[in-house]
Design a protein around this ligand. Structure first.
Ligand code: ADP
Ligand code: MG
Length: 769
């Protein structure tokens, strides 16, 4: 036994949640920034019984895992409300419904209204300010000017901006728990500026009331544009569900009836006319047609549908009339599963985000401290603080070092409050993950988590299972070599006798070969399958062994007479299955499993991306090498038992390699789990492959390179976003402290930085895969 070495992969972060735990997806409103997401996460994690909580600000979703004995939905709602946010909807993982987007539209309209009213009052302020600048004196008169500023700015701050103030001061009450948000910074900044306006009526202080209104107006505008852009980022996947049919024609005793889609049950017969959307997942029982399944699989070539074929709900039936029997409805449909998987992925974290999360967590309190320190420094050391500003005044028209020291202190402190917002930092990763995973879903590439995405970027080696991954997985008996004195029918009869009880793909090939020659399987007793080797049992009362040549040799069956035949078949890339009866070899079956079309170019794409490839198989070396060389795979590990496949992955990981394992997800589950990234190649509609970190819906090998390309593109966007978000704050805060940054410019820059981050992420929608 080899000792089990603990994997050093990032898997722990993406392990499926414990079965005893309940999970819920919450739609949370009121989260305006990354700091807010952190607040909601902390509030949920603080609840007894909650083991995991992850929030995505872009999709406004929180995923929570909890022990149902210790927590419930009411407790979750209370915790979120306590932190100052509202839960709009709670859904269970099996709920097919995606929270309504109606709310969202109403919120966008509301934000739009706020922007309108904010500018309605702010534009006159700006005109008056411009006028005064032009005349070189306060317009219309010094007193009236100050009064107008205070009066016009009032509704902007305290009516349209009331929501920002409310949210900000809610954050203040949670400051000691680290629960501050960026609204607090805006609220304090505009309040201080407005205060200077009121004070200016009685003292020689400069009025920044107009500046306060402009900050608020730009803030609300930025937030509105951001909400719209975030909606676009999240919409790709929500849109998928809305694509489904709402009504369907069902057949009851051959009579057609039009019903709402919710009334369809498993087993219901559904009539689908040409050009119509297929309402649910099902199996064709009557008719011939083709279906356009591009929306589900990303594959645009129409798929033929005849009786027995599976159809996917929400795909389009093309030219023929079909009667289908519903096989999956509601939350179980292919489409609902895809949406659920993508949404789950979007509420996980990309590991690189941890740093940004830690920074945003302390950013708001740190900014408050910095702003206070700035204010105090300007009040106590006005000459020293203004020294830079005095020199810069010549080139920066908005800098006026001749104002009173209190005014200058307010100017600098307000700029610090406004600029020091970690908003872009909080949006950087979630928006990229949201758009990237949505883009993948449209191409049939489903990521299970942000950690999987990052691991894929770091990958060095791609291991590929042979059967069903590199090959079609539809093996066919193409040649028979019999021992002297044995005829083909006798060989097949013995083989199918054992294989009728086996579920191995090779077994079904043998059953088919027997059926086409009209050989009925004789009864079998004491059947036993031996993993990776073969199967045996008593056929017609005589012991028959069917399996790999290596295994039969181990069992001391003399294969000397078949050696040449075995060698020839294996060199021709066929899998060989030897049949022995009563310890004597009867012959060998040559079974061919054609490689997937496109496999060669898919492997080439992986090599071009800088990865190495290795094929893993339980099959014999010669067959494996013949297949590998035909598709361009450079390395082969053959004759592996399932445990050996795991060991091969562990060995690679021990040398520091990041391993991607590509398999069919059903009999390769342990290997997929062991690898740093498990990629399951799905065929048909079964995508609920738990062991995989990435699922390729359409079964094509090219999807592996596509997944890597998309992961890299997404990660590149994340890195750019984080860099710009950090960079901008690092450069701008010192400027603000020195009094060189006008608060309004700070606000515009802040809004632009958030928009840039979201816009950069939206570019991922156009990655070609
Ligand atoms: P793979 O890694 O290609 O999926 P397996 O591990 O399933 O292959 O099987 C390895 C080898 O064991 C096969 O190539 C075949 O020779 C033999 N074998 C396994 N199961 C059976 C079976 N039921 N009938 C015949 N041969 C079998
Ligand atoms: Mg296999």
């Amino acid at each position: 036994m080899t000792p089990t070495t603990e994997s050093t992969s990032t898997r722990s972060a993406i392990a499926p949640t414990d079965a005893a735990l309940a999970t819920r997806t919450l739609t949370v409103s009121g989260m305006h920034c990354g700091a807010c997401a952190g607040n909601v996460e902390r509030a949920l994690r603080a609840l007894p019984g909650v083991t995991e909580a992850a929030v995505n600000v872009t999709t406004e979703r929180a995923r929570v895992a909890f022990d149902p004995a210790l927590a419930d939905e009411a407790a979750l709602s209370k915790a979120v409300a306590g932190a100052g946010y509202t839960i709009e909807a709670i859904t269970t993982p099996r709920d097919p419904r995606v929270a309504t987007s109606g709310n969202e539209r109403a919120r966008v309209r509301e934000a739009q209204g706020r922007v309108f009213f904010a500018w309605l009052f702010t534009l006159p302020i700006m005109l008056i300010m411009a006028g005064s600048w032009g005349f070189g004196a306060p317009w219309p008169s010094p007193v009236l000017h100050k009064l107008l500023m205070v009066v016009l700015a009032f509704p902007v701050l305290f009516v349209v901006g009331a929501e920002t103030f409310r949210a900000g001061f809610r954050g203040l009450s949670g400051l000691h728990r680290g629960n501050a948000n960026m609204d607090l910074l805006i609220a304090l900044g505009t309040l201080a500026a407005y205060g200077s306006g009121v004070a200016s009526l009685l003292t020689p202080m400069t009025s920044f009331a107009g500046v306060a209104a402009m900050i608020m107006a730009f803030h609300l505008t930025g937030r509105y544009l951001e909400t719209r852009a975030k909606g676009r980022a999240a919409s790709a996947i929500r849109g998928l569900l809305e694509l489904g049919a709402k009504e369907a024609s069902i057949l009851v005793d051959d009579v057609e009836q039009r019903v709402a889609i919710e009334l369809i049950e498993v087993g219901t017969l559904v009539l689908v006319r040409p050009g119509e959307k297929i309402p649910v997942d099902g199996r064709v029982v009557e008719g011939n047609s083709t279906a356009d399944e591009s929306m589900a699989t990303g594959e645009s070539i129409p798929v033929a549908k005849e009786p027995g074929a599976e159809v996917i709900g929400a795909t389009v039936n093309q030219h023929g009339r079909l009667v289908i029997e519903a096989t999956r409805i509601g939350a179980d449909t292919f489409l609902a599963q895809i949406v659920r998987m993508v949404e789950e992925c979007q509420t996980t974290k990309v590991p690189i985000q941890q740093l940004a999360d830690r920074v945003t967590g302390v950013f708001v309190p740190a900014s408050l401290i910095t702003a206070t320190a700035t204010l105090v420094a300007w009040l106590l050391l006005p000459d020293f603080m203004a020294s830079l500003a005095r020199r810069a005044a010549a080139v920066l028209p908005w800098v006026n070092a001749d104002l009173g020291s209190v005014s200058l202190a307010v100017f600098a402190a307000v700029a610090v409050l406004v600029i020091a917002c970690p908003c872009a930092l909080g949006l950087a990763t979630p928006t990229a993950l949201t758009v990237g995973s949505g883009r993948g879903a449209r191409a049939g590439v489903l990521f299970r988590s942000g950690a999987a995405l990052q691991a894929l970027v770091e990958a060095d080696v791609v291991l590929l299972d042979k059967t069903g991954t590199v090959t079609l997985g539809r093996p066919e008996v193409v040649e028979l070599r019999t021992a002297a004195g044995v005829d083909e029918a006798e060989l097949l009869r013995a083989a199918v006798g054992v294989e009728q009880a086996s579920e191995h793909p090779l077994a079904s090939a043998i059953r088919e070969a027997a059926a086409t020659r009209s050989i009925a399987p004789p009864p079998v007793e004491q059947f036993e399958a031996v993993v990776g080797r073969g199967a045996h049992g008593m056929v017609d009362g005589i012991h028959v062994v069917v399996g790999s040549a290596a295994w039969l040799r181990e069992r001391r069956v003399d294969l000397a007479a078949l050696d040449i035949g075995i060698d020839e078949l294996e060199r021709a890339a066929m899998t060989t299955v030897v049949v022995a009866r009563a310890g004597r070899a009867l012959g060998v079956l040559g079974i061919a499993d054609p490689v997937k079309p496109g496999a060669r170019s898919a492997i080439q794409a992986l090599h071009d991306a800088g990865l190495t490839t290795t094929m893993l198989t339980g099959d014999n070396r010669r067959t494996a090498e013949a297949i590998a060389s035909s598709v361009g795979i450079t390395e082969v590990r053959a004759q592996l038992l399932p445990a050996d496949k795991l060991e091969a992955i562990r060995q690679l990981q021990a040398t520091g390699k990041r391993v991607v394992m590509v398999g069919d997800g059903i009999n390769d589950a342990p290997a997929l789990t062991q690898a740093d990234v498990g990629v399951a190649i799905g065929t048909g509609t079964d995508i609920a492959i738990q062991a995989a970190d990435v699922t390729l819906v359409h079964g094509e090998l090219a999807g592996v390179a596509a997944a890597i390309k998309l992961a890299r593109a997404t990660f590149r966007v994340i890195r750019q976003n984080l860099f710009w978000a950090f960079f901008y704050n690092l450069v701008a805060i010192p400027l603000a402290i020195a009094g060189l940054l006008h608060p309004v410019i700070a606000e515009v820059a802040m809004a632009l930085s958030s928009l840039t981050v979201v816009g950069n992420a939206l570019r991922l929608r156009r990655v070609s895969l």
